[in-house]
Design a protein around this ligand. Structure first.
Ligand SMILES: Cc1ncc(COP(=O)(O)O)c(C=O)c1O
Length: 452
């Protein structure tokens, strides 16, 4: 449990939950405790709903009965409107790798701000950030910046379509490539996806995917894959699967795109380095701008060269804030002074150790909970036993158990995603990991009756 003090109230645990009630009652009870502990967030949510649909401007942040409103973040801690303090294990869905207000990032942003932003021209910062990224990702001959991971993927896919003269894209069931290009395992009735003709294949199933690629080769511009599904549940692709995709794309001259928007942080050179597989294009986003809005895409010179404005046949790619000074300056400081290659190794080792620790707790208590992931990214899947190789393997997790895990962790002062995702940040120390482990073990113990 987080220590209570006048400044830092324990988050939401007004009353201890009763163990071993049925799932529906347990969720209702946890939800009621959450609501009772967070009146100020509830009021702000109702106010927000007056001007934004459901009070929301970013779907992933919504959860019932209402989401939390934060006032401040510092280091690994988040503070909410009702005076609770959380250890931030969500880490802004991987973009928050530097924690809150990291001094090196803050200094870079402050210095850049003092020298002027929005200059309508180039600055040294974008040159430095592009060079730093190229140095870490040798598959990137040339790259361009944009404003989000969504844009990065749409640009990479569009570049592949122009390069090949084909229109189709092969993606995987359960993958997420941004607000305008995602394929939930259980597709919703309505979607705002860009209408690229798409073939959907089963993740980590090379034989089935190869067959789909062979059958559709004449109309496929690109195969796009997350080397580990992030939002889909931290489900890692096998090396054989990725190598098979590389070979199939080579065979048919299809552009292989690695969406490393999340996974580029999992080694000094992303998962492409871990597996030794070179994609034609890579998309980036999240932390590469030091925690400020950004995206980037890059890869083979034969493809990226089409954007060279010195060429008479150049393809235009605009974006007022593509090279915005604050993001570029923060990104350079982050990659060269904080999340260095050595730091990437250290943080991911710490993540592996934490994941193994949580998994060992599940085993010791004999409960059905799986913790998937690589390095500093992981997801807790309550109610199932492994192995987890595809979104189909986690489809049986009852939403109620995911909700309960989320409520129980919040009540113990640990901020995680409702979907069970956990991401480490650079400033975390052993005490943070111990707090998470203690809260997790309490969840396993109190909810054992629902997890066996
Ligand atoms: C793998 C992946 N690709 C793309 C995106 C989209 O990035 P953004 O939210 O910056 O548009 C995300 C966001 O979560 C992601 O996880």
């Amino acid at each position: 449990m987080t220590q209570s003090s006048p400044q830092t109230k324990t988050a939401g645990a007004a009353q201890a939950p009763r163990p071993n009630v049925d799932l529906k009652s347990a969720v209702a009870e946890a939800s009621a405790l959450f609501a009772a502990a967070n009146p100020q967030s509830q009021a702000k949510h109702l106010e927000a709903a007056g001007s934004m649909p459901g009070g929301n401007t970013r779907t992933v942040l919504f959860f019932g009965p209402f989401p939390l409103y934060f006032t401040r973040g510092e280091g690994t801690r988040l503070h909410d409107l009702d005076g609770h303090t959380y250890v931030d294990f969500l880490g802004e869905y991987t973009a928050g790798i530097y924690g809150h207000s990291h001094p090196v990032i803050a200094e870079a942003v402050t210095a850049a701000l003092a020298q002027g932003i929005a200059m309508g021209g180039h600055t040294r910062h974008e040159v430095a950030l592009a060079a730093a990224l190229r140095a870490r990702f040798p598959s990137v001959d040339l790259m361009r910046f944009c404003n989000s991971g969504t844009e990065a993927n749409l640009m990479a896919l569009s570049a592949a379509r122009l390069h090949t003269g084909r229109e189709g894209v092969l993606a995987f069931a359960g993958s997420y490539h941004g607000s305008l290009f995602g394929f939930p395992f259980k597709p919703p009735a309505k979607s705002i996806n860009i209408p690229f003709p798409s073939v959907i294949a089963p993740y980590n199933d090379l034989a089935a995917t190869r067959k789909l690629i062979d059958e559709n080769a004449g109309r496929l511009a690109a195969v796009i894959v997350e080397p580990m599904m992030g939002g889909g549940g931290c489900i890692a692709a096998t090396r054989d699967f990725l190598a098979g995709l590389r070979a199939a794309c080579d065979k048919h001259k299809i552009v292989l795109i690695f969406d490393e928007v999340m996974t580029s942080r999992l080694s000094p050179g992303g998962l492409q380095k871990v597996h030794g597989i070179t994609p034609d294009l890579t998309s980036f986003g999240k932390y590469i701008g030091g925690g400020l809005p950004t995206g980037a895409f890059g890869g083979r010179v034969e493809i990226m060269g089409m954007f060279d404005p010195r060429r008479p046949d150049a393809v235009a790619h605009a974006g007022t804030f593509n090279n915005n000074v604050l993001t570029m300056a923060a990104g350079v400081a982050g990659l060269t002074k904080v999340y260095t290659a050595d730091e990437a190794v250290r943080l991911n080792k710490a993540g592996d150790a934490l994941r193994e620790r949580l998994s060992a707790m599940c085993k010791k208590r004999g409960v059905k909970v799986v913790v998937t992931g690589i390095g500093s990214m992981m997801t807790v899947h309550p109610g199932i036993t492994g192995p987890v190789n595809s979104p189909a393997d986690v489809a049986a997790v009852p939403q109620g158990l995911r909700d309960l895990f989320h409520y129980d962790m919040l009540a113990r002062g640990i901020h995680v995603a409702r979907r069970g995702m956990i991401n480490l940040s650079v400033p975390m120390v052993q005490d943070d990991f111990d707090r998470l482990a203690a809260a997790f073990d309490e969840f396993l113990s109190v909810r054992a009756g629902l997890l066996t």
